[in-house]
Design a protein around this ligand. Structure first.
Ligand code: CDP
Length: 251
């Protein structure tokens, strides 16, 4: 396998290999309420990422001993379908990476939920990555927040996320799989958009103090736009304009 930095990720005129400017996001489309049998659901297409989220609950906790006396138990399972990635068929058993991502997704969502309102119950969030092309954890968080709202779970805010990468020494908004693989750094960030609070901040690679500050500000601005798309998806769901009805929607 080729090492990091061996692929040129920026063209002569400063464009990325998919034609985007450094501060440009991939196309994002969210649909809420796409599954009939789940209490809440969402589907996101974000660039070449395709992710489906199903939410069940609040319901009685099984096994019972896992129930928490003073709050709801949130369980998240991030899972990549065997055909979701290019190189090889991914094993269907959860990998260490999936276990870790499931945990950070749960921790990114929890601050937005009124967990204390539903003691002893549980809410299960199943995230299926159908196709992956970089930044899937933040795309999953973004879709999961919509699915939780669609399930009617009381929340103080939504949660939306985006990944800032570093390619050829420059910060790049919403990195794709290739940029993640060959770039110099990746910083997935999630926030409660209305409250402006960060609920996920990870970084791999080298970033200066100034770059971290700039990355947070790039993310904050993008998250406001992502939030608009989340709200549009939920609004369309409740105005009866959704996939289920076969309409294109009016926003
Ligand atoms: O997806 P995210 O950026 O949150 O997590 P990552 O572990 O940094 O993975 C980056 C990307 O690598 C994924 O989005 C996939 O496109 C790709 N990947 C893959 O091709 N095969 C895997 N088994 C895992 C990840």
């Amino acid at each position: 396998m080729t090492g990091k930095g061996s692929v040129k990720l920026l063209t002569e005129d400063g464009r990325r290999l998919d034609g985007r400017a450094l501060n440009e996001m991939r196309r994002l489309r969210i649909e809420a309420g796409v599954l009939k049998n789940a209490d809440g659901s969402a589907y996101v297409e974000w660039g070449r990422n395709k992710i489906l989220v199903a939410v069940y609950g609040p319901r009685e906790t099984h096994p019972r001993h896992e129930a928490l006396p003073d709050r709801m138990l949130l369980r998240c399972r991030y899972s990549m379908l065997p055909f979701s990635v290019k190189e090889e068929r991914k094993s269907p058993t959860p990998t260490r990476r999936e276990v870790e991502i499931s945990k950070v997704i749960r921790e990114a969502l929890e601050p937005a939920i009124f967990l204390e309102d539903y003691p002893r119950t549980s809410v299960d969030v199943y995230i299926e990555v159908i196709e992956a092309d970089g930044s899937t954890r933040v795309a999953s968080i973004t879709a999961a927040a919509v699915a939780l709202a669609d399930a009617g779970i009381p929340m103080m805010d939504l949660v939306a996320g985006v990944s800032i990468g570093k390619i050829e020494g420059k910060l790049a908004l919403d990195i794709n799989g290739l940029e993640d693989q060959y770039g110099e750094g990746d910083m997935p960030i999630a926030m409660m958009p209305r409250l402006g609070e960060v609920t996920l901040l990870q970084a791999d690679g080298r970033f200066t103090r100034e770059e971290i500050v700039q990355a947070l500000s790039m993310a904050r601005e993008a998250i406001q736009r992502i939030y608009e798309e989340q709200r549009r998806a939920l609004k369309d769901r409740y105005s009866g304009v959704g996939l289920e009805y076969g309409s294109a929607g009016e926003g």
